[in-house]
Design a binder for this molecule. Structure first.
Ligand code: ZN
Length: 321
């Protein structure tokens, strides 16, 4: 170190200093330019599925940030100081609503959020936890007591997704009316894709006999998929991944699988597999693979429509046998 210092002439030092300063100046300029470039809307989505929808609907006019990232579980999310900053600077915040983001109200208060908050599930025909809709044969004990609580996982219904799309698009137009025509165009193109995927899945699933349309998943995230496509989906855990199933829940589910001769069990990409593997070992059913419940997967399905396609492909493959 001493040697290097001695070897470096005063001239060389000045040169290095000048070079460093020029780098810094270049950096500042680049920073300023990029601020000017993204004069568009700043949108924060609470989780990856909504972030993807915002991208589809806002195109280059929006810069989207997501709080719960791809491959992360929104049920157990803890906001960071950087998340507070993102929300504070946002023009629009898109949330799922219906009780999904339990951590959000404190975050909004901390950020003193003054933008437009959009609840994507507004207008969706939500499933009540005590309604038995979606043919959810088994609602774990702790959820049964909560009357009037709605199932937030509505994104698994492509029909509900059209409400998400309309709500998000309406907010973009409200905050940025200058680009209304483009937003309408993006919306229509996206709705067309959603509808054609829905038709394709309905056709594929119609080939599966009624008696085979039963499956088991770790947490109760797929009731909307069950309702749309006439499936019966049983789960080990309740609405959230944040609490473990009890021994009674496991015994009940094993009995259910045997009584109904259910063959297909799925894990989830973002949840612990240990308990569902114990259930599998107690029955003749087999684990068929991992479904994507609440976080898009960078490797398996990075977009919302790819997620729906991925999940339904897995289910159709398992139930066709
Ligand atoms: Zn969930």
């Amino acid at each position: 170190m001493y040697c290097i210092k001695k070897m470096m002439s005063r001239k060389a030092l000045l040169f290095v200093l000048a070079w460093l300063l020029s780098l810094n100046a270049g950096f500042v300029q680049a920073g300023d330019a990029s601020v000017e470039e993204r004069s568009g809307l700043k949108v924060v989505a609470t989780f990856s599925i909504l972030a993807d929808m915002v991208k589809q609907l806002g195109g280059d006019y929006v810069a989207v940030n997501t709080l719960v990232d791809w491959d992360e579980d929104a049920h157990v999310f803890q906001p960071s100081p950087d998340d507070v900053k993102q929300v504070a600077e946002a023009d629009i915040l898109v949330l799922n609503g219906s009780g999904f983001e339990g951590w959000l109200s404190r975050l909004l208060t901390a950020a003193e959020f003054k933008g437009l908050a959009v609840e994507a599930t507004k207008g969706v025909d939500l499933i009540r936890l005590d309604s038995g809709a979606g043919k959810q044969g088994f609602v774990p004990y702790k959820d049964r007591k909560q009357a009037n609580v709605f199932d937030p996982h509505a994104w698994h219904s492509l029909k509900a997704a059209s409400f998400y799309v309309n709500n998000i698009s309406e907010a973009l137009v409200q905050v940025d009316p200058a680009h209304e025509q483009d937003y309408q165009r993006f919306k229509q193109a996206y709705l067309n894709k959603i509808e054609s995927l829905d038709r394709a899945i309905t056709t594929s699933l119609s080939r599966i006999p009624e008696d085979n349309r039963r499956l088991v998943v770790p947490h109760n995230a797929f009731a909307y998929l069950a309702r749309d496509y006439n499936l019966t989906i049983h789960s080990l855990q309740g609405m959230s991944t944040d609490s473990e199933a009890s021994a009674a829940d496991m015994v009940y589910l094993v009995r259910m699988i045997k009584a109904l001769n259910i063959q297909a069990i799925f894990t989830e990409t973002i949840s612990d597999q240990r308990l569902i593997r114990v259930v599998e070992s107690e029955t003749d059913a087999h684990i068929e693979g991992a479904l994507i419940s609440g976080a898009l997967s960078r490797t398996l399905a990075p977009s919302y429509l790819e997620m729906v396609q991925y999940n339904t492909d897995m289910i159709i493959k398992a139930l066709m046998r």
